[in-house]
Design a protein around this ligand. Structure first.
Ligand code: HEC
Length: 256
C-alpha cells in the first residue's frame, strides 16, 4: 500500500485525522497531476513573483519618498508628535478623561492589556470544533466589538487632529549660514530674540523664521522695537546703533 493511502482529509486542523502519523507530510500521490518539481520549476516561479514585488516596492519608494519632517529639536516643547495611523486608536484612547490624567494607567495599560491579552488567550478559551461564524457568537461578537472600536477611535483621532498645524510644526525650513560670533547674532542673543525665533533663527512653535523674511532693515528695526501681531513690543533694549546692526544682520539672512 502507498504511504498516505486510506488517510482521511479533515478540514479542521484541530481534529487529528485518524491514522495520521505526526510530522509525516501527506504523500504526493494524494494530489495526482498537481505536483511539480521544486527545482527549478517551483523555485523559478517563486523568484519571478518575488522580483515583481521587489521592483514594485522600489517604484513606490521612488515615487513616494518618506514624509520626513525637520530635524527633531529636543528644546521645542510645543511640538505635538502624532503616531502612525495604525496606532492612532491607542493614541485616541488616551484623550478620554477616564483614560488620561490620573487614570492614565487605564488607557495605557489596563484596556489595551485586556484586549491584547484576550487575543493571546483566544485559542485556549475558544476550543470548540465549530467553525461557522453564526455558531460562535462570543468569538464573533468580541471580534466585531474590537474591530468597530478600533475603526471608531482611529476615525475620531483623524477627524479631531489639526493637520494644518501638524504640517507647519514639522515643515523643513531652510536655515541660513551665519557666524554665531558676529555682532548681529550676539545682539539677537542678548535681546532674547532667539528664545522665540530659535538659536538657528529658523523659528519654532512660538515665532516664524527670521531667514528670508524679505523685509528691509528699517522694517525689521521697527518690528524689533514695536512688535507685531503675536510678537510683543519692546523686545529690543539696546542703542540705536545696535538696533541698526541687528536689523542689517537679520535682513542679510538668506537660506543656504
Ligand atoms: C515672545 C517671542 C518673541 C520674541 C522674544 C521675539 N519675537 Fe520676533 N516675532 C515673534 C512672533 C510671534 C512673530 C510673528 C508676528 C506676527 O504675527 O506677524 C515675530 C515676528 C518677527 C519678525 C517678522 C518676521 C517676518 O517674516 O515677517 C521679525 C523681523 C522679528 N520678529 C524680529 C525679532 C527680533 C529682532 C527680536 C529680538 C529683539 C524678536 N523678534 C523677539 C515672537 C517673538
Amino acid at each position: 500500500m502507498h504511504r498516505g493511502k486510506g488517510m482521511k482529509f479533515v478540514g479542521d486542523s484541530r481534529i487529528p485525522a485518524t491514522g495520521r502519523k505526526p510530522n509525516i507530510p501527506k504523500d504526493y500521490s494524494e494530489y495526482p497531476g498537481k505536483t511539480e518539481a521544486f527545482w527549478p520549476n517551483f523555485l523559478l516561479k517563486e523568484w519571478m513573483v518575488g522580483a515583481v514585488f521587489l521592483v514594485g516596492y522600489l517604484c513606490l519608494t521612488v515615487a513616494h519618498p518618506s514624509p520626513l519632517e525637520r530635524i527633531a529639536d529636543p528644546t521645542d516643547t510645543a511640538y505635538i508628535p502624532l503616531p502612525d495611523w495604525y496606532f492612532l486608536f491607542l493614541y485616541q484612547l488616551l484623550k478620554y478623561t477616564y483614560a488620561s490624567g490620573p487614570y492614565n494607567i487605564i488607557g495605557a495599560l489596563v484596556i489595551p492589556g485586556l484586549a491584547f491579552g484576550a487575543l493571546l488567550l483566544a485559542p485556549f478559551i475558544d476550543r470548540g470544533p465549530e467553525r461557522r461564524p453564526a455558531k460562535r457568537p462570543f468569538a464573533v461578537g468580541f471580534m466585531l466589538l474590537a474591530l468597530s472600536g478600533i475603526v471608531y477611535l482611529t476615525w475620531q483621532s483623524a477627524a479631531h487632529h489639526d493637520w494644518e498645524a501638524s504640517k507647519k510644526q514639522g515643515a523643513i525650513i531652510e536655515g541660513a549660514e551665519f557666524d554665531k560670533e558676529s555682532e548681529g547674532y550676539q545682539l539677537l542673543d542678548a535681546n532674547g530674540c532667539i528664545s522665540c525665533h530659535g538659536a538657528e533663527l529658523t523659528g519654532g512653535a512660538a515665532a516664524p523664521s527670521l531667514v528670508d523674511t524679505g523685509l528691509t532693515p528699517e522694517e525689521i528695526a521697527n518690528i524689533a522695537v514695536k512688535g507685531r501681531g503675536g510678537m510683543p513690543a519692546g523686545m529690543f533694549k539696546g542703542s540705536d546703533e545696535e538696533l541698526e546692526k541687528l536689523a542689517e544682520f537679520v535682513s542679510s539672512l538668506t537660506a543656504k
